[in-house]
Design a protein around this ligand. Sequence first.
Ligand SMILES: *Cc1c(COP(=O)(O)O)cnc(C)c1O
Length: 394
Amino acid sequence: MSDRLLTPVDPPIPLCVPDVSGNEWHYVKECLDTAWVSSVGAYVDRFEQMLAERVGCQHAVATVNGTAALHTALLVAGVEPDDEVLVSALSFIAPANAVRYAGAWPVFIDAEEHFWQMDPQCVADFLEQQCESVHGVLLNRRTRRRVRAIIPVHILGHSVNLTPILELAKRFGLVVIEDATEGLGATYAGQPLGSIGDIGCYSFNGNKMITTGGGGMLVTNREDWAEKARYLTTQAKDDPVEYVHGAVGFNYRLTNIQAAMGCAQLEQLDSYLQVKRQIAAKYSAKLSAVQGLTPMPGPDYGDSAWWLYTMLVDAEQFGMDRKSLMQKLAEIKIQTRPLWQPLHLSPAYPGSQLVGGGVAEGLNSKALSLPCSVGLQKEQLDQVVDCIAACGKH
Ligand SMILES: *Cc1c(COP(=O)(O)O)cnc(C)c1O
């Protein structure tokens, strides 16, 4: 190990921070100047329209965050308490939690090893071998619960291999809700992620492809579902004058201030994507020269957004395991991050069912996400790679 390289970098290099250099200030100021600051306003409508157009869907409904978008999507899709929903095992926990908010239960689907996404073969195995149709209702044989929907989570900017999943969903009568948060701007076979299933959901939290501080959106081509989503996210008001509510709704609306920021961010999405792809290409070229490191492969069925650039660390060949490398880099102020604990292992989901096995865990033990903010300088990227290389054997 060459210690020369292992002194703290200055300034520290964060994992992924927002770039707020467009019209954000201007649009937010307009909200403040006009006092249109709350959950109704021109920017909310405009942000919804912009995103719907961008991804090629007819309807978009803004929400307070991505988790709320997923919860709403499950409700409008007709998921009921004690139903089951197939969810990627290798994912941030939000989609699984949204399933529980709806009173339903997640069945976790392992990742495939090529591009680390929900494995369509595991979906097929579950539906074909572990379920049965009773009076036209698809039941999980083990739990006797109705299987109702699939949430493929596009992770790290890549797409899930959707075609086989859509075919299975059609054959078994399931709703497909894409969690396209990390793949905003990416495509599958030329189509924008989020627009391919029945409903698509996005989060605009601080470190996502675009940010509104906090926020979310769902998109769909079904007008009735969009209307229902709008109804449920605004306290299910039947008569807004007399305050008559037709159901127990939610206060899930996005504010005009946040939407103003979202409009400005969305204007810059193409430039963000360009930078993300450049960063990924540079990392991949440099890291593949380091013994024991494997750059995240780009999918062959679509364009990735390269949201969080990630590599695999082979502890033996590299000379240090993922965890120690992460600690070493943290000491010198380079922020990195492991992938999420596979959800079937989460203490939040004891006794949950996993279909498949081993791939998500294997990836979790080896994967490390590297600094990849849009504002990352070329010298900083070089510094990250040099410091990583200096930790290795060679
Ligand atoms: C961040 C994230 C969410 C959650 O969004 P919030 O806006 O934080 O509620 C959901 N799904 C995925 C894949 C995410 O990365």
